[in-house]
Design a protein around this ligand. Structure first.
Ligand code: GDP
Ligand code: MG
Length: 368
């Protein structure tokens, strides 16, 4: 007699946990989830970017005796938004939640969130720090101000009023993400903002307040670069994804290059009394080097060059940028010959060299 096929229901709720160096926090989080989600058919998917502290191993060891606990180990990639997206796409539950590994989000909110989702009139429930009853805990006044301002700007771009669109703690009907997955950016860190803006005004959103806690163990990975990330994401959303995030970063870095150029030029001419030609050459050399460094830190931080590769990359970037400068000059001159508006010709030349530098350096300097 053939054995009857063994069937088991998929979990109702997948808890997606992005992680980087969180080995000490994962076991505590699992314990808390077991308590908080008692009576619910759940699973936990840790999405780890190959943390050197062995977060993936720690997770799998727990998973060996509790098959609800799984780990996706991503190699050669870094990025919070991409990790969250991959976790949600690996789920086959009706609902998915995203929660940080460091216990700053209150896991006791998950059950009320699920109850809200089960009512059926909501696509996304956001855990909010800013609504009545919520709090940012011990945020410094500076960080609070940044957070509130970033929230205001986000609402402008979204065209709807959410108290915490930058929250990293939310639950959604997984079909929502499945439908728009291809349009979401894997590069930034504000996945919720991206989902809400891409999903559009038909999304039904609810909010539940909680208090943002202290990180339990380990260190925060989000630093000043997130401001850059955020500006890029907003620009990409404001242009309806016409411009890729990477290209926007590249342009933002290029803009800072103009500042560097003029600062060095000014110092060369005014402070050190160099001849204009030398000061200009020095300014170009310094601006290209700082552009290279910033692009390596920000635009291509997921494939950052180090050691010898950094130096050869810099040399190559100098060559590419020189060709870019020549094309800038020739396109500008050609345009000026046709259309006698100096700033238009200048803009055309600059656009030409930015596109050239971007296209060629992403092929040759930061190739996969
Ligand atoms: N997979 C993955 N997780 C990340 C990455 N950066 C941060 N995280 C995780 O995202 C969550 C929030 O990051 P955290 O550094 O605590 O940010 P903060 O709370 O704003 O200081 C934590 O669980 C981190 O481990 C990343 O590049 N990849
Ligand atoms: Mg944190």
């Amino acid at each position: 007699m053939a054995a009857a096929p063994l069937t088991m229901n998929a979990p109702e709720l997948s808890i997606v946990v992005p992680s980087f160096n969180e080995s000490e926090n994962i076991p505590v989080l699992v314990d808390r989830l077991r308590t908080a989600l008692d009576g619910i058919n759940w699973e936990m998917i840790v999405v780890d970017d190959d943390s050197p502290d062995g977060t993936a191993d720690v997770t799998r060891r727990i998973g060996a005796t509790d098959s609800r606990i799984r780990c996706i180990r991503r190699v050669g990639r870094r990025g919070l938004a991409g990790a969250c997206l991959e976790g949600m796409l690996a789920s086959q539950a009706l609902f998915a939640a995203v929660i940080d590994a460091d216990l700053q989000h209150d896991e006791k909110l998950l059950a009320p969130m699920l109850a809200k989702m089960r009512e059926g009139a909501t696509d996304i429930v956001i855990g909010t720090r800013y609504a009545e009853g919520g709090s940012t805990g011990d945020f410094s006044s500076g960080r609070k101000w940044i957070s509130v301002t970033a929230t205001r700007v986000a609402n402008l771009v979204l065209g709807r009023k959410l108290s915490d669109p930058l929250s990293g703690f939310f639950m959604l009907r997984r079909a929502v993400v499945e439908g728009i997955a291809g349009e979401l950016s894997t590069h930034g860190f504000k996945i919720l903002l991206d989902i809400v803006s891409t999903g559009g005004p038909s999304l039904r959103i609810a909010e539940l307040p909680y208090t943002f806690g202290l990180r339990f163990q380990g260190a925060s990975k989000l630093d000043t670069r997130v401001a850059f990330d955020y500006a890029g994401l907003l620009l990409a959303k404001a242009t309806h994804n016409l411009l890729s995030l990477r290209f926007i970063f590249f342009c933002l870095v290029g803009l800072t290059g103009i500042g560097v150029h003029f600062a060095v030029l000014w110092a060369g001419v005014r402070l050190f009394h160099l001849e204009f030609g030398w000061a200009q050459a020095l300014a170009i050399a310094v601006a290209i080097a700082t552009n290279f460094h910033l692009n390596n830190q920000i635009t291509y931080r997921d494939q950052r060059l180090t050691g010898v590769n950094y130096l050869t990359g810099l040399m190559l970037f100098y060559v590419i940028s020189s060709i870019g400068a020549i094309s800038n000059l020739s396109v500008g001159t050609w345009l000026f010959g046709h259309e006698q508006t100096w700033w238009l010709a200048g803009l055309g030349g600059a656009a030409m060299s930015v596109v050239w530098n971007y296209a060629v350096s992403s092929l040759m300097v930061w190739r996969r």
